[in-house]
Design a protein. Structure first.
Length: 251
């Protein structure tokens, strides 16, 4: 079998993107990890948000073995993944003005907390307003997006701005507009998206940096263990009890 199969071409493309974000986003990853560590050490809470498939990366750092127990999902009904029916409703809700404000007002988020917002394009009203309103609330905002979209697409927010324009820190996933890594002469559209692979890796790199940064400061990072190893549930129970006022996914 040729090593240029579609599977290998996709994996090579994903690996190349991971190399790029490793090399080109190193400073931003370090800064984002330090921001999360600062928030934890100062008594703040951590939140992650994403809409549609961008929610997958946000969910990946919540209640995750090996991850920070304090990371909470900021969920927007109807846009968390593709579980809403019809699935196209989620895409429509991303363009609704005012939804982000209603969600933040109903959430436990407050000044001093940190919010990670994942949006591949960063062009829709929901992620833009989420960032604007979160910062107005006194939260620190980390945006994970593809900066290329701001140069090659039109914003759908009334301000004409993108997610990247309203963040304290931006992590660029380097994903090309359209999020499809492969083409073939006999396939009428580009295919094989890599944004979830790359964005998830970026966020896990940030969380790893935050945990190590806390440890370097003499603060035990509030990490979860796998419930499928002996003692894991007991460990997690102790961590959750200790930080009960900063963990919201148990309620």
């Amino acid at each position: 079998m040729s090593d240029r199969t579609p599977a290998n071409r996709f994996l090579d493309a994903a690996i190349d993107l991971l190399h790029r974000v490793r090399d080109e986003e190193a400073d931003s990853v370090a800064a984002a990890g330090a921001l999360l560590a600062d928030t934890v050490a100062d008594g703040g809470r951590l939140f992650a948000f994403g809409a549609g498939h961008s929610s997958l990366a946000a969910q990946d750092v919540v209640y995750r073995a090996g991850g920070l127990a304090l990371m909470n999902l900021l969920a927007v009904p109807g846009v968390v993944g593709v579980d809403v029916m019809p699935a196209t409703l989620g895409s429509a809700l991303e363009r609704v003005d005012g939804l982000a404000s209603a969600v933040l007002d109903a959430s436990p988020a407050r000044a001093g907390d940190a919010l990670v917002i994942v949006s591949l394009s960063g062009r829709n009203a929901l992620p833009v307003e989420m960032a604007v309103n979160a910062r107005a609330l006194g939260m620190k905002v980390i945006g994970v997006t593809s900066v290329a979209y701001a140069a090659q697409t039109t914003s759908r927010h009334v301000s004409g701005t993108y997610l990247k324009d309203h963040c304290d820190l931006v992590l660029d996933s380097k994903i090309a507009v359209g999020d499809a890594e492969l083409t073939l002469d006999n396939v009428p559209a580009p295919f094989a998206p890599a944004s979830t692979v790359v964005t998830t890796a970026l966020l896990q790199a940030v969380v790893a940096t935050a945990a190590a940064t806390l440890a370097d400061r003499g603060v035990e990072p509030p990490l979860l263990r796998s419930g499928n190893v002996d003692g894991g549930h007991d460990w997690n129970g102790r961590v959750m009890d200790r930080y009960a006022d900063r963990i919201f996914y148990r309620r």
